[in-house]
Write a protein that binds this ligand. Structure first.
Ligand SMILES: *Cc1c(COP(=O)(O)O)cnc(C)c1O
Length: 242
């Protein structure tokens, strides 16, 4: 069944979120250009992605490799930058290396090695953020950094990952526990920023500029805590389909 795409609604939502992002930056004393909007289009059809592109979006986020590949293929002419934000199984490394520009959810040394090899084979490079599980929720992927032992293991893994060819480390990403109260996310965002500050001292040769944090419900809090990417799906695209 063909879905009716609310092109005009998507445009209005996109404009509205840009406006809120701008206000949040101003209120936090940050330049609007310091925080980029990643539009998350998972479960939404190609026509809806096209609609948000027509509204001005350039960075598109997807969570599932198999769902994303046909969209990337169909929308080549749009010139989008594609961001993978969901957990990647190692066997999907070649597909990610071949089609995506960014990976926000690099969550293991094993995956990093596989992606590095795939990038070299494809003659491409991939910008990566290290996903951090700060809350300790077992449902979440990410490097387990909720205690100091876990943070120590991340440092050990980074000693190997940072020298892998084909991967361009850019920073950190996190997903706080689901909550109706945006303020609940703040400690997780703050912890991610502190962790980034620690890592940038420990590994000063690498780039640590990016903090990917904040979604539809809490992106304004994330901006206050230093986000450079906010990942917004529902508030722009509408409820997830299917
Ligand atoms: C789906 C998803 C988002 C977008 O969530 P919304 O609440 O719809 O804005 C952001 N980040 C990740 C990792 C996601 O999987």
């Amino acid at each position: 069944m063909a879905a009716v795409i609310a092109v005009e609604q998507i445009r209005l939502n996109y404009q509205s979120i840009l406006g809120r992002l701008d206000s949040a930056c101003r209120a936090a004393g940050r330049d609007a250009g310091q925080v980029r909007l990643l539009v998350v289009t998972k479960t939404h059809p190609i026509e809806a992605v096209q609609a948000v592109g027509a509204a001005g979006a350039h960075h598109i986020g997807e969570s599932y490799v198999d769902e994303a590949l046909p969209k990337i293929e169909a929308l080549q002419a749009e010139g989008f930058e594609w961001h993978m934000i969901g957990h990647v199984q190692s066997r999907k490394s070649a597909a990610v290396a071949g089609s995506f520009d960014w990976l926000h959810s690099l969550d293991s040394l094993k995956l990093a090695r596989r992606l590095s090899r795939a990038c070299q084979e494809a003659g491409r490079s991939l910008k990566v953020l290290f996903e951090c599980n700060i809350s300790g929720e077992s449902s979440k992927s990410g490097f387990p950094v909720w205690d100091s032992a876990g943070a120590g293991r991340l440092v050990e893994d980074l000693e190997q990952i940072l020298s892998l060819p084909g991967l361009i480390p850019m920073g950190l990403m996190t997903i706080p526990p689901l909550s109706d109260e945006p303020e609940q996310s703040r400690p997780y965002f703050r912890r991610l920023r502190e962790l980034r500050d620690d890592l940038s001292k420990r590994f000063p040769a690498a780039c640590w500029s990016e903090l990917s944090m904040g979604m539809s419900g809490d992106f304004e809090i994330a901006v206050q805590e230093g986000a450079t990417w906010v990942r917004v799906g529902t508030a722009i695209m509408g409820p997830r389909v299917g």
